[in-house]
Design a protein around this ligand. Structure first.
Ligand SMILES: *Cc1c(COP(=O)(O)O)cnc(C)c1O
Length: 387
């Protein structure tokens, strides 16, 4: 049986896979089972921050693997403590809880918000406002947080206590706040799965003020936008949003599973011994990978992300078959005249792997993608979108 046959026979049918089997890679290049080369504009959905097989990252992760691969959270372990310190120093947040995925980081954020509100305002303040078209994960609670009915269908009843406002429409948030019982507002600085749509600075500033007025927490879901993706270390920094809780995952450890929920001075004391936990959370190998990724996310690299972003926006704008370009940093959505799926298929045929977000072609390349590879990929995308 071929890999494709085994996959369809034995793996749960949750993914509509593209007809490509990736076997290896180097930097921003991937190779399939037939040896065909692709420029990677997906990075495993914003996970391989420094591309594939980065030598420094391999050395950092291998060194930790040679020491101990897992330590229970019943004991102290240096890599997670060092990583938590670094995250706090670079964000101004005060404490970190480590999990293994984006959904878990958001579960933690939701638990923190509910406990904070229950203790401070009363148990009836348990509702979290999220946005229409948001994506916050696949667990029953993060599905409830996800403001898209298509994901809810067939899984009802979901966790109670979520209401949906409209992105960049502060009046829609205000109306829900007026209904009472609100613990927090949870937003993605740039909606990823929802079509690569950034929040506006104005909306973020109004949200800061509204949250402060009503003692409502702001949760920034930085699972996709975090760790340099937007050209700032975290997307909220680019928008002037002032979150009390920040969740992140995807690119944090550069390719290993890791999620983090960061809490500011207001929320740092909410979680107490026994109130939350994770067996794998803060795994030393993942933490070593994340420490290395963080060491590479310098101001120079972040400036490079912004420059490359400017290049992609200006190269794509106004080209035949391209209706609009949205996003921030190296998180870019392209609205095409032709069906996005068709454009993506054409790109893959021509050796470039982008991905999809709603009806858009989405680009999430490695932050250190060489300029030459980026230019080649953009040329292929332009050609594939041409009408
Ligand atoms: C991918 C994503 C998640 C879910 O992360 P998993 O690691 O798949 O659980 C949550 N929020 C956002 C914004 C995401 O992009």
């Amino acid at each position: 049986m071929s890999i494709k046959e085994k996959d369809s026979l034995y793996i749960a049918n949750t993914y509509a896979r593209f007809d490509v089997e990736i076997v290896s890679g180097k930097g921003s290049y991937l190779y399939d089972d037939k040896g065909k080369e692709y420029i990677d504009m997906c990075t495993g959905i914003a996970v391989n921050t420094l591309g594939v097989a980065d030598e420094g990252w391999i050395a950092a992760v291998s060194a930790q693997l040679g020491k101990v691969q897992h330590v229970s959270n019943l004991y102290y372990s240096a890599p997670q403590a060092e990583l938590a310190e670094l995250l706090c120093r670079r964000t101004g947040m005060k404490k970190v809880f480590f999990g293994n995925s984006g959904a878990e980081a958001n579960e933690c954020a939701i638990k923190v918000a509910r406990k904070y509100a229950a203790e401070k305002k009363g148990a009836e303040y348990n509702t979290i406002i999220t946005l229409v078209n948001s994506f916050h994960g696949r667990t029953i609670t993060t599905l409830a947080a996800t403001g898209q009915d298509v994901f809810h269908k067939d899984f009802l009843p979901l966790t109670e206590g979520f209401k949906y406002a409209v992105a960049n429409d502060i009046e829609s948030v205000r109306a829900l706040v007026a209904e009472g019982g609100i613990a927090a507002v949870m937003v993605e600085p740039v909606q990823g799965e929802g079509g690569v749509m950034p929040l506006t600075r104005e909306f973020c500033e109004e949200l800061n003020a509204l949250a402060e007025e009503h003692d409502i927490l702001i949760i920034a879901d930085e699972v996709q936008t975090g760790n340099g993706r937007t050209g700032e270390l975290y997307g909220y920094m680019a928008l002037g949003l002032r979150p009390d809780v920040v969740s992140t995952a995807k690119g944090l450890a550069g390719g290993l599973p890791m999620g983090a929920c960061m809490m500011n001075e207001k929320t740092a004391g909410v979680l107490t011994a026994g109130s939350h936990g994770s067996t794998f959370g803060g795994n030393p190998v993942s933490a070593a990978g994340a420490l290395y990724v963080m060491s590479r996310l310098t101001d120079e690299l972040l400036d490079e992300v912004k420059e490359k972003s400017d290049y992609v926006f200006s190269a794509l704008k106004g080209k035949s078959g391209i209706k609009s370009v949205s996003g921030m940093g190296l998180m870019i959505g392209i609205e095409t005249e032709r069906d996005a799926g068709e454009v993506i298929a054409k790109c893959i045929e021509n050796g470039v792997i982008p991905l999809k977000a709603k009806n858009k072609v989405r680009l999430l390349p490695a932050l250190n993608i060489p300029r030459e590879a980026l230019e080649k990929a953009v040329a292929v995308i332009i050609e594939a979108a041409r009408i």
